[in-house]
Design a protein around this ligand. Structure first.
Ligand code: GRF
Length: 203
């Protein structure tokens, strides 16, 4: 039986990380419940995955809100109504502002397809290839008020192969994302850590 720890997952698109989290819960590797999925886009494929997994899915359309704070307040309302404990951004293509950060202090995670602080922002895998790095990977981190910046919870590495293009590197990083995100969520839900400056330190 999943525990009472309630996740709110924010998406904008494909939703493969959402699927990985749902699968980890189903397989008993992550003791939590997905209380709600919130999508910023009505056409996000992740909404179908949520519904197929029997998870409550809500669209809060970004285009209906003129400013970011109003949008964030609407999302907070949805999350609070479901008594969410931890918010997980999973391909959520929006910057998070004060209303959301203040409502869930140190309770928002994000996953990014590079070894931060290298290659924040869009097209991280293309940035990595263009730079010529030989190792890349993914990072799960707490969200703060700067893009792809908060305290790092977990990273997994991927070797860049000579023949890699953006698609092949994307795919291998994504495999690691699907392992990293449920594990990072479990770590944070366990509460067995402390944060010292920028460092996440397991107990
Ligand atoms: C992932 O690569 C994630 O790291 C980034 O956006 C992508 C989302 O993919 N933040 P999906 O929607 O989870 O399939």
């Amino acid at each position: 039986m999943p525990s009472g720890r309630r996740l709110g997952i924010l998406i904008s698109g494909r939703g493969s990380n959402l699927q990985a989290i749902a699968d980890a819960i189903g397989a008993g590797r992550l003791d939590a419940t997905i209380a709600v999925v919130v999508s910023s886009r009505g056409e996000a494929a992740g909404l179908d995955r949520a519904r197929a997994a029997g998870v409550d899915a809500v669209v809060v359309p970004a285009r209906d809100y003129r400013d970011r704070d109003a949008y964030d307040r609407a999302v907070v309302e949805v999350l609070r109504a479901r008594t969410v404990d931890l918010v997980c951004l999973a391909g959520f293509m929006r910057l998070v502002g004060a209303p959301l950060l203040d409502a869930y202090p140190h309770r928002i995670l994000n996953i990014h397809p590079s070894l931060l602080p290298a290659f924040p922002g869009l097209d991280a895998q293309r940035q990595a290839l263009e730079y010529g790095v030989q190792v890349s990977g993914c990072t799960v981190h707490f969200v703060d008020d700067q893009l792809d910046h908060g305290v790092i919870v977990l990273q997994r590495t991927v070797k860049v192969a000579a023949g890699d293009d953006e698609a092949t590197l994307n795919a291998r990083i994504l495999e690691q994302e699907h392992l990293a995100y449920p594990e990072a969520i479990a770590r944070v839900l366990s509460g067995n850590y402390r944060i010292a400056g920028r460092r996440y330190i397991p107990r």
